[in-house]
Design a protein around this ligand. Structure first.
Ligand code: TRH
Length: 387
């Protein structure tokens, strides 16, 4: 096996080349590489496809997947301006409009049978996604056709990334006290009996101070597990001291613990463990839904507040079928959290009071979503459909 971040020249030009070239540019944070790595693993493990993943920032991948290339045979390539000459695979996926290198596109155009070229878009619950999923677009320079592949929450979209057997593994882990204990110990998570378990993975947010206040004054003890990252600035302000990995602080009924950034699979287990998960962006947001536990979503902020209709579109779908009062509270909390509006203690208390209802809802939401075909399966099917 090639070193994850070096070019494996032995495969170049060979007939046993990759089935798929997947291109990923890390814009900021971990979502781009998080989604691409997950997709690469699904295509490899669940569909037997040989994937060559081109990533411009291998260090970002190494953080979410320290053993990249070892556990799953994905060929990881450092994507630089000086791309090696290589034959494009029959399927080329450009993640999040990351713009392929012109030389690679020219190489695609030179092939007798040009590859199927897909642009994997960002996730949105908005209605227009159904109309745009699968649409073709002609590349003016080469005449090649690129198709837009939209993830989404409905049958008429590309669906969500969900590897085969995920719920089985989740439930087996939850039902195995030894496995749980071992993982949590390794991660530095020491749950106390009867304490509400929460995880926090968000962007900077002044409302973190109101969350800390509310939890510290609750009747029920709580533990807040915070993987290191951007939330720590706001957490430090809320705790009036610098919070970094390994730091533990008790405020009233609340214990706050900052965890080192962990591998993607371990982060999944943290989500499975917690009663409530605060998540962000795209991938952690989806994984929290697969955990089947209540979530609070910090959506990725966009220019001109373009993220707010996306938030509403998700809430419309998510809150459908939820008890009316809990739905109204869930919406209000999401809105306040996402517009940096100071959150009243009552709102947090309402959220905690709704935990039993929200938990049942989250579990059935996960099951309903999982009845739809997952993204990688749909992508494979789409690739087999003649243009
Ligand atoms: O990092 P993000 O904010 O990514 C964002 C969004 O994807 C956004 O839509 C996009 O435009 C922007 O990036 C460029 O949040 P997200 O999507 O949840 O990705 C985080 C990834 O990090 C996810 O795969 C889970 C992983 N992760 C770990 O591997 N270990 C950890 O300890 C934690 C907390 C997360």
């Amino acid at each position: 096996m090639s070193h994850p971040f070096t070019i494996d020249s032995s495969r170049r030009g060979s007939t046993s080349g990759p089935d798929c070239d997947l291109f990923c540019r890390v814009v900021d944070n971990y979502g781009d590489v998080g989604v691409c790595w997950r997709l690469a693993c699904c295509l490899t493990r669940d569909h037997g496809r040989r994937v060559r993943l081109w990533v411009d920032d291998p260090a970002a991948l190494a953080r979410i997947r320290p053993d990249a290339g070892a556990a799953v045979p994905v060929e990881v390539m450092h994507w630089t301006d000086e791309m090696p000459v290589c034959e494009p695979a029959p399927l080329v996926i450009e993640a999040f409009a990351c713009t392929l290198s012109p030389a690679f596109v020219e190489a695609m155009a030179r092939l007798d049978v040009p590859p199927r070229w897909l642009n994997l878009e960002y996730l949105s619950a908005e209605d227009w996604v159904e109309g745009c999923h699968g649409l073709p677009s002609r590349d003016p320079a080469t005449g090649l056709t690129k198709h837009f592949f939209f993830p989404g929450f409905t049958q008429r979209t590309g669906g969500l990334l969900r590897e085969r057997g995920l719920f089985g593994r989740r439930d087996a882990w939850r039902n195995d006290p030894d496995a749980r204990r071992q993982t949590l110990e390794r991660l530095g998570v020491k749950p106390r009996d009867g304490a509400l378990q929460l995880s926090l993975f968000s962007y900077e947010n002044p409302s973190i101070a109101t969350l800390v206040d509310a939890l510290s004054q609750c009747d029920q003890p709580a533990q807040l597990w915070v993987p290191e990252g951007r939330a720590l600035t706001s957490l430090s302000a809320a705790c009036r001291q610098s919070m970094s990995a390994g730091k533990r602080l008790v405020v009233g009924q609340l214990e706050v613990v900052v965890l080192p950034f962990m591998a993607q699979d371990d982060y999944d287990r943290l989500l499975w463990h917690c009663d409530l998960n605060i998540v962000r962006g795209e991938d952690s947001f989806v994984r929290a839904q697969w955990a089947g536990r209540p979530l609070l979503w910090h959506i990725y902020r966009q220019d001109e507040e373009a993220h707010l209709p996306k938030l509403e579109a998700f809430l419309d779908r998510y809150c459908d079928g939820l008890d009316a009062q809990a739905a109204q509270r869930c919406r209000a909390l999401h809105r306040d959290w996402n517009i940096d509006h100071p959150i009243d203690t009552t709102r947090w208390r309402d959220w905690l009071e709704d935990v039993p209802l929200l938990s049942r809802h989250a579990a059935s939401w996960a099951d309903t979503l999982a009845a739809q075909p997952d993204l990688a399966s749909q992508l494979v099917l789409f690739n087999q459909t003649p243009i």
